[in-house]
Design a protein around this ligand. Structure first.
Ligand code: FAD
Ligand code: FES
Ligand code: FES
Length: 466
């Protein structure tokens, strides 16, 4: 496979499933990228992946500890070594001067995430800039210094930087001229075009399908190291978001970040983007896919809970492409981590009927931390209320049963009801009869019951008292 590492195009003879972090550190001796948790939690291993999209180069920050090297084919991998010049860049200087560099172990990852922000941001918003490094943990609590450094960087970026479109040659040129990027970045797009875009898909190990890798590499990282895994992340047939005859279809390999930024989704479901901000970190959202969230079959998968409340259908196709079928997502899960998927089947898409303009979608999640954490309990709701009467209702709940739940009795009860406090009370009571939480590290069964009741109440109150 051909991969551009910083400014050098290399021919790598490696199993496609080998973790990028290990390739960088062990095979290529690029030790600037650090290994911390190896589970996507700390951001020490953050690198930038540059890929061609519609004739321009797009850079995403990703955790290299969860990315198969096969997914780097035809792309540029930027490590901290690839950002270094003779003198520290203005970004590196800001981190030093603001006292944001203490152990230094987490600093390379921080620099990579902030560089991705400078390439992709649309405004000099401190909050947004801070969110872009939310996946980079500083265990010595240097957050004030990091925030000061971010503010300093936003003060010294070239004027008008963020008014140019993200990831355009103008943006890259301005960042080169101001010393934030080394000069060779000006020639990368031309190099990538020569390399071609597609990863090599011929050797598909159907026992090891990898989409974003953010779940499977946490579970089976060691096992995948020497395998030619089945790479799904770059398959064009799995990456489309389409609207046709009132149905919105989301390709299986669409990432959470693509969903969050999708103009189509913004139009058909304006409330979705804010809900997706609660899913993990930028690095994980850049890789995590819709189908991965479903096949992971976690009872608290955020996307699964959102799609259940949209009463989505799941579409599957046999590997030999001879058979395809669809079924309601609410019938897909059969028990803890079991589902109605045959071994030789690929999820191709999820689809849902576009709600009427009068309908509203909501999502609530309680976790130990607001951001970057999986839920203790989560819940989503789609309600269409006209003249005070509920016309359509779909309610879902996660973390309160062995499977992600579509609350069918609760959804039915709400329909044709007047929305008032009595309905709220009856809905909560009904939801609690449909669940069977267990006590675990994320809370006792009693606590989870209480949480779900409060989440449903909060969502209905949002409709009742807009
Ligand atoms: C630090 C961290 C934070 C996280 N935070 C959250 C969070 O806040 N909320 C949340 O819901 N999840 C979270 N997750 C879990 C994970 O990121 C999501 O479940 C994600 O959507 C998984 O998608 P993926 O593409 O990375 O899956 P992968 O790891 O690539 O695959 C997961 C499983 O799905 C299978 N698979 C993937 N695509 C297909 C397909 N098209 N057809 C058939 N099988 C397929 C794979 O073979 C594998 O068994 C987090 C994970 C990490 C590491
Ligand atoms: S090593 Fe911690 S996120 Fe990769
Ligand atoms: S500076 Fe590295 S953990 Fe805080």
């Amino acid at each position: 496979m051909q991969v551009m590492i910083n400014q050098q195009v290399l021919e790598l003879q490696l199993p496609t499933g080998r973790v990028l972090l290990d390739v960088l550190r062990d095979t290529l001796d690029l030790k600037g990228t650090k290994e911390g948790c190896r589970e996507g939690d700390c951001g020490a291993c953050t690198v930038l992946i540059g890929r061609m999209e519609n004739d321009r180069i797009v850079y995403d920050a990703v955790d290299s500890c969860l990315m198969p090297v096969g997914d780097c084919t035809g792309k540029q991998v930027v490590t901290i070594e690839g950002l270094n010049t003779a003198d520290p860049s203005p970004l590196q200087r800001a981190l030093i001067e603001a006292g944001a560099v203490q152990c230094g172990f987490c600093t390379p990852g921080l620099v990579m995430s902030m560089t991705a922000y400078l390439i992709n941001a649309t405004s000099a918003d401190v909050g947004e800039a801070v969110m872009s490094v939310a996946g980079n943990i500083c265990r010595c609590t240097g957050y004030s210094g990091i925030r000061r450094a971010i503010e300093r960087v936003l003060d010294i970026v070239p004027p008008g930087l963020f008014s140019s479109d993200p990831s355009t040659p103008q943006r890259i040129t301005a960042l080169i001229a101001s010393g934030f990027l080394p000069e060779y970045f000006a020639t990368v797009a031309a190099e990538l075009k020569k390399m071609g875009l597609s990863p090599q898909m011929q050797t598909m190990d159907t026992q090891a399908l990898v989409a974003g890798g953010t779940d499977i590499y946490v579970q089976r990282g060691e096992d995948l190291q020497n395998r030619h895994v089945g790479l799904l992340a770059d398959r064009p047939d799995l990456k489309r978001i389409q609207v046709h005859e009132g149905i919105c279809s989301i390709g299986a390999a669409v990432t959470v970040e693509t969903l969050r930024r999708s103009g189509i989704l913004h139009e058909v479901l304006p409330q979705l983007a804010a809900s997706l901000e609660l899913v993990s970190s930028t690095q994980i959202r850049n890789r995590a896919t819709v189908a991965g969230n479903i096949i992971n079959a976690s009872p608290i998968g955020d996307l699964t809970i959102m799609l259940l409340a949209l009463d989505a259908h799941i579409h599957l196709r046999s590997f030999d492409e001879k058979q395809q079928r669809s079924l309601p997502l609410r019938h897909f899960f059969t028990g803890y981590k079991t589902m109605q998927r045959h071994d030789e089947e690929l999820v191709t898409a999820l689809s849902f009927a576009i709600p009427p303009a009068s309908a509203r979608f909501s999502f609530e999640k309680v976790s130990k931390r607001t951001y970057l954490d999986i839920a203790s309990v989560n819940s989503a709701m789609l309600l269409d209320i006209q003249g005070g009467m509920v016309i359509t209702a779909h309610v879902s709940a996660g973390g309160v049963a062995p499977i992600p739940l579509y609350l069918s009795k609760t959804s039915l009860l709400l329909r044709n009801c007047k929305i008032n406090e009595e309905t709220v009370a009856r809905t909560v009571a009904c939801a609690l009869t449909e669940i069977s939480p267990i006590s675990d590290v994320r809370g006792s069964a009693r606590y989870k019951k209480l949480l779900l009741g409060q989440l449903i109440r909060a969502q209905l109150h949002r409709f009742l008292y807009p």
